[in-house]
Design a protein around this ligand. Structure first.
Ligand SMILES: C[S@@+](CC[C@H](N)C(=O)[O-])C[C@H]1O[C@@H](n2cnc3c(N)ncnc32)[C@H](O)[C@@H]1O
Length: 392
């Protein structure tokens, strides 16, 4: 914005100054000589270095992800659990020549997954320890080969020219084939969802309380990991689960093996868009369900949820949100492109979800973020006159 426009604009002063500052900064950062001077001047050097590193990280991100994938596929961290090892010690177990094992270890050290010791051996590093404790994150990384294949030409994907993506085959219900899927089609995605619940269920249950609730209905509840976590934390709860028939059958078998009879958690097969067969619950949960669907279907699901609530009941939505403070890349970058490749749905801001809730007849909406490594938006809404359910 030119200074003349700045003075004449009718916008508030703070906005005008902000716009002018951003325009000035963008022009300066586009000037290579300015950046060189900033990198040489002691006071601006740290900022210049930080910006250069951030740009390089964006440039090299795909390579980092592929190194991470090799670390997971070869179970490098699992092989270091017992203690430090050299490239020579590991090359046989990794199935790599010693030089390649050394290259992988050095790359993993540069990414803080492992740490190089003075004696030439390597041990697990700070990010490696975190990754080793999260089987769900490892399962996601292993599954990313499909996403990367679908993203090979991102412009074609944006132009809608990439049909029959691998992710659309991995998630058959995304194409509206929910009724026609069998166990073979649901097994891979259901297993991935079950594993990745390790960083969802407990985090969500940490920010809500079901102490004064008697019943929970988990729509699209997968193999029952969230239901099981809720039943463990709140033993008085009666829990129902609805998912596509072959997924519900998997949930039933898994929950029975874990010692939860139907009287505690009752999974039923069905299409949640067709209603819930008269079921009523104090809480209806949609965990990582809404973002799989376009707005029209999402509102239909919310209406089904609303009809399934007892008069003072509430809907509980938990999924990664777009525009989360401190985690902006999760929504508009990662999940937006993931769901685009899958062919259905989108990550939404809490305001966008509030609009869908309003369209489905919900009133008081409350949003929180979980506190774990991958923040998840936890949104509750109810029909009328009830207090909040948040734990203080
Ligand atoms: C992304 S997964 C989330 C599963 C689980 N809530 C979790 O967080 O692990 C979405 C789930 O919705 C189920 N689903 C999709 N369309 C459905 C439909 N029309 N009726 C019932 N379940 C459906 C899928 O089978 C899948 O288990």
């Amino acid at each position: 914005m030119a200074w003349r426009d700045l003075l004449l604009s009718g916008d508030p002063w703070s906005e005008r100054l902000g716009d002018a500052w951003r325009g000035f900064r963008a022009r300066k950062l586009a000037d290579r000589n300015f950046r060189r001077r900033a990198a040489a001047f002691p006071l601006t050097r740290p900022i210049a270095r930080r910006n250069a590193n951030a740009l390089f990280d964006l440039t090299a991100g795909f390579v980092y992800s592929q190194i991470l994938k090799a670390v997971v596929d070869l179970d490098l961290l699992g092989k270091l659990i017992d203690g430090p090892k050299t490239a020579g010690d590991l090359s046989g177990a990794l199935g790599l020549k010693p030089k390649a094992a050394e290259q992988l270890l050095n790359a993993a050290a540069a990414l803080d997954l492992v740490e190089a010791r003075r004696d030439g051996a390597f041990e697990i590093g700070s990010l490696g320890s975190a990754l080793q404790s999260e089987p769900g994150v490892r399962a996601m990384i292993a599954h990313h080969d499909m996403l990367y294949a679908d993203l090979a030409d991102p412009v074609a994907l944006l132009q809608g020219e990439v049909g029959g993506t691998r992710l659309s085959r991995f998630w058959p219900y995304a194409a509206g084939d929910g009724g026609a899927v069998g166990d073979e089609e649901v097994a891979p995605y259901s297993a991935l969802m079950h594993e990745s619940q390790s960083f969802v269920a407990d985090d969500v249950l940490d920010v809500v309380s079901f102490g004064d609730r008697n019943s929970l209905l988990d729509l699209g509840g997968g193999e029952g990991a969230f239901a099981e976590a809720a039943a463990t934390r709140w033993p008085h709860l009666r829990i129902g689960l609805i998912d596509l028939a072959p997924v519900a059958a998997r949930a039933r078998a898994r929950l029975a093996a874990a010692g939860f009879p139907d009287s505690r958690i009752d999974p039923r097969g069905g299409d949640f868009l067709a209603g819930v067969d008269g079921a009523k619950a104090d809480v209806v949960s949609l965990i990582r369900v809404l973002h799989d669907h376009d707005d029209e279907t999402a509102v239909k699901i919310l209406r089904v949820a609303r009809d399934a609530l007892t008069p003072s009941g509430e809907v509980l939505i938990a999924e990664p949100l777009a525009g989360m403070r401190g985690a902006r890349r999760v929504g508009h970058a990662y999940f937006a492109f993931y769901l685009m490749a899958m062919g259905s749905g989108q990550p939404r801001t809490s305001d966008e979800i509030s609009e869908l809730l309003a369209a489905a007849g919900f009133g008081r909406v409350n949003t929180r973020l979980t506190r774990g490594a991958l923040p998840i938006g936890v949104i509750t809404a109810r029909r009328a006159g009830e207090g909040p359910i948040w734990r203080d």
